[in-house]
Design a protein around this ligand. Structure first.
Ligand code: FEO
Length: 400
């Protein structure tokens, strides 16, 4: 018997923790796992809100049966079709025959595309409600909060917002499920990494969703990953609002690549300039060592990104190219940038990085330093000046 985790007397968290998967979506590291949150409402009708990844279906179905006490599941609300939440739909249909799947028109299409399911679906429209006895559920479409079919479900009775991936984050739930019973600073950090890695590209749609839900009285936010926010649901909304407006904190992220130590010496000089200018918040990443997930998280948090790398095959150093491709794809805005690098017989590295910064529309600070072979004393002096100039621009544009 599992210990039921009740949000309200008849509303339960029935998610699962995944401490096996190394990379979320095959891309993003999960050093402390991830939770797939699902919820069960035991009303006159029994309602499931979202499911879990298919690999966890056996223990998940067992939990539902224990809590439902022999009753069938009447409705399965599908807020989001990505398979970390829809993966157990087939098993739910097999175990609870006659269950009605509730989703929007796009949900219905993806149910067919992923699982060949074309029957037993109740298609709802924006704002529609479903009464299940004591509870009335209202559905709001929030398209492209990172997939086209994304929607949220608002329990009008208990004022709980089942928000799918919005307001979620990485990290398995270590015993507690609520914001007031876990190490919330850790989960906030992982929420930023999740946001910047997965959702940030769709910031405009997150802003639309926040505006749309603004008038609702919300006592708890129950996302599909990470803690349930019952003590302070306003906190995670405020964080998502800041992050999706690309608001930064004062600080510098310094990312470098180096093959033989020359660009690394330049990086150390830039770092010294940053610190001498009185900015204690500097996060240094070796682009060949730090996973891009963490660099993107830090870039989303802090105002300035200073990048330096050698020229490689007459272009951008490959690990730096990977990072810059992702930053361009994620469309991070309103940042201050600094650039440095090395070359020998052909340039191209710094020029290539500069082109990406221009495409992103970032505020590029001078000087740009490109050393031939090993940096000279003059180059290193200029690197310190770059560090100072970046801090000065951060102060002007991001008072903190
Ligand atoms: Fe957690 Fe977009 O799936």
């Amino acid at each position: 018997m599992h210990e039921p985790k009740a949000i309200r007397p008849d509303v339960f968290w029935i998610g699962v923790n995944d401490r096996e998967t190394d990379l979320f979506e095959g891309v993003w590291p999960l050093p402390r796992g991830v939770s797939y949150n699902s919820y069960l409402i035991c009303d006159e009708k029994v309602v499931l809100v979202d499911t879990v990844k298919d690999k966890s279906a056996v223990s998940y179905i067992r939990k539902i049966k224990e809590l439902a006490g022999g009753r069938n599941v009447d409705y399965l609300v599908v807020n989001h079709m990505e398979p970390d939440h829809s993966g157990a739909i087939r098993q739910v249909r097999d175990e609870f025959p006659g269950v009605t799947i509730v989703g929007n028109a796009k949900t219905a299409k993806y149910l067919a595309d992923f699982y060949g399911i074309t029957d037993g679906i109740q298609v709802i429209t924006d704002g529609e409600t479903l009464c299940t006895g004591r509870h009335t559920l209202q559905f709001f479409l929030v398209p492209m909060v990172h997939w086209p079919e994304t929607m949220v479900t608002y329990d009008q009775t208990d004022k709980i917002l089942f928000s799918m991936d919005a307001f979620g984050g990485f990290g398995a739930l270590d015993g507690g499920i609520f914001d007031d019973e876990v190490d919330i600073e850790y989960y906030e950090e992982e929420a930023l990494r999740y946001f910047s890695n997965i959702v940030g590209k769709y910031s405009a749609m997150v802003q639309n969703a926040i505006a749309k839900l603004k008038g609702l009285e919300i006592r708890a936010i129950a996302p599909t990953h990470g803690p349930v926010w019952r003590k302070n649901p306003g906190k995670i909304v405020e964080l998502y609002d800041r992050w999706s407006r690309h608001v930064a904190e004062p600080g510098v992220v310094l990312v470098y690549g180096s093959m033989y130590g020359n660009t690394e010496r330049m990086m150390e000089a830039v770092a010294r300039g940053i610190t001498e200018a009185g900015c204690p918040t500097v996060r240094i990443h070796n682009v060949s060592r730090s996973h891009v997930s963490y660099i993107i998280r830090d870039a989303w948090r802090y105002k300035a990104l200073v990048i330096g790398a050698p020229t490689y095959d007459t272009g951008i150093y490959p690990p730096m190219n990977h990072l810059l491709n992702l930053l361009e794809s994620k469309k991070l805005k309103n940042r201050v940038a600094g650039l440095f690098g090395t070359f020998l017989w052909s340039g191209g590295g710094v020029k290539g990085m500069q082109e990406v910064i221009q495409k992103l529309g970032w505020d590029q600070v001078q000087p740009v330093i490109e050393a031939r072979g090993a940096p000279t004393a003059e180059d290193l002096k200029n690197c310190m000046n770059l560090g100072r100039a970046v801090v000065a621009r951060v102060r002007e544009t991001c008072p903190g």
